[in-house]
Design a protein around this ligand. Structure first.
Ligand SMILES: Nc1ncnc2c1ncn2[C@@H]1O[C@H](COP(=O)(O)OP(=O)(O)O)[C@@H](O)[C@H]1O
Ligand SMILES: [Mg+2]
Length: 426
């Protein structure tokens, strides 16, 4: 089988790495990929949003399966385009991807399916926003309806902040049409966790639990990023909590989508807040998480490719999934300044030394090769990912790897996985 992975981040490197280990696979392509995916297979210099050219390439090259990493091509309808010409592709179609690309639609699905989430209101004008915020008795979160590259959500501590957030989205239009409508919802307090499952539209196959670290600084301080690290499993999800998430959230979501004529095929990522009452949905994503995918792929014992195929053909019911009992931790190394402005083109050294350590994989994100050397080429640069007997050991190993890698201005959080440790020892 020839498999193509679309995207260029750490998530895509981890997926390509796992796919390349499948005995079913003869060749892996990555479009456009990074310096890491170039070592596994062939990078194709096509942007993930260049749907027409990607389709032509897949047809010409005889690609047997395409796996879509990022949300943008999904929201643009890459799956519809590929399916139209008979290409096999993993991911939800355009209308189904609205579960991620429209926060208003996602909330409607939750309401229809009686799925626990924060109370909310859909806002159509700035005046409506002011009115709603003025009368609110709870702290609020202001969300742009559309895709905003992970920056369209503002968690507010005061009414003034909420009004300023609504103004920037609706009046100043900092994310253009993504801010035409808003969801304003109550702020929840608890511990966040990522719950991913494969689904063919009818059955679901949950993946192992994981937790992301969104903020740039230690102790969850500072602005949100694409994710500064992740670990799996997440001990906050006890077996009983796991069952509740499946029954109260994952299953009704898939059922509601099917009832709405939007049968969901692909991976459903559910962002959850766990509080005293239980699990509540913060958002859905229509794709694998980045960086959660990095520890998940390291822990995945089963061959991923038959699972992806079964998702597409509606045969997940007959599938099982097996995980290594070890824990995994991914520490993201980023460019100084990220998530604000940062420089590119710094030479990276020490990757090979780090990779020679036991139970360490270095997943590339913003990297590029020039004349045999590797340079930084993005905000999030590398994901140093480890396996360990428990979370504590996995943390130690990941940071051993991090300490072998250098470039001018490398930054990473020093407390990835700490939350799990606190819980495990409680
Ligand atoms: N109701 C809420 N209460 C508290 N925090 C929230 C709430 N909704 C979102 N957040 C925080 O904002 C982050 C981003 O929100 P999310 O809905 O996941 O949007 P996106 O990932 O598209 O930016 C979440 O990971 C969470 O930390
Ligand atoms: Mg999110």
């Amino acid at each position: 089988m020839k498999v193509m992975v679309i995207g260029e981040g750490g998530r895509e490197h981890a997926l390509a790495w796992k796919i390349a280990r499948s005995p079913l696979v003869t060749r892996v392509y990555c479009a456009p990929g990074n310096a890491g995916t170039a070592l596994l297979g062939q990078n194709i210099p096509l942007k993930a949003t260049n749907l027409e050219t990607l389709k032509e390439f897949a047809l010409k090259e005889g690609i047997d399966l395409t796996v879509v990493g990022p949300e943008l091509p999904l929201a643009m309808g890459i799956v519809d385009e590929f399916q139209e010409v008979g290409l096999k592709v993993f991911g939800p179609n355009r209308k189904t991807t609205e579960l991620e690309s429209s926060k208003v639609f996602a909330k409607e699905v939750m309401t229809t399916g009686r799925i626990p989430t924060a109370p909310y209101k859909v806002i159509n004008t700035f005046n409506e926003a002011i009115e709603y915020i003025e009368q609110a008795e709870q702290a609020l979160v202001v969300k742009a309806d559309g895709l905003a590259g992970g920056k369209g959500v503002i968690v507010c501590s005061s009414k003034a902040e909420a009004i300023a957030a609504a103004k920037s989205l609706m009046v100043d239009k900092i994310f253009a049409d993504a801010g035409n409508r808003l969801v304003i919802e109550e702020r929840l307090w608890g511990e966040e966790v990522s719950f991913l499952c494969l689904t063919d539209g009818e059955d679901i196959l949950p993946l192992a639990t994981s937790q992301d670290h969104k903020q740039i600084f230690d102790g969850d301080q500072g602005p949100n990023t694409g994710g500064m690290g992740a670990y799996s499993p997440a001990p906050v999800v006890t077996p009983a909590m796991f069952d509740r998430i499946v029954e109260e959230i994952a299953e009704p979501t898939i059922k509601t989508m099917a009832q709405l004529g939007r049968s969901y095929q692909g991976v459903l990522y559910i962002g959850l807040m766990i509080d005293q009452e239980g699990p509540k949905v913060l958002e859905y994503n229509a794709r694998f998480g980045d960086p959660e995918t990095q520890p998940l792929m390291l822990r995945l014992e089963s061959d991923l490719v038959p699972l992806l195929k079964a998702t597409i053909t509606g045969q997940l019911k007959d599938c099982q999934i097996h995980w290594k009992p070890q824990a995994s931790v991914c520490v993201v190394m980023a460019a100084q300044g990220y998530p604000g402005p940062y420089e590119k083109g710094k030479e990276i050294t020490g990757i090979e030394t780090a990779e020679a350590l036991e139970d360490i994989e270095i997943f590339h994100a913003g990297t590029i090769t020039k004349e045999g050397k590797i340079f930084t080429n993005g905000g999030r640069v590398l994901g140093v990912t480890s396996l360990g007997g428990d979370i504590a050991q996995a943390i130690e190993r990941a940071y051993e790897g991090v300490k072998k890698i250098f470039w001018d201005g490398a930054y990473y959080r020093a407390d990835i996985g700490q939350k799990a440790l606190n819980r495990a020892y409680r």
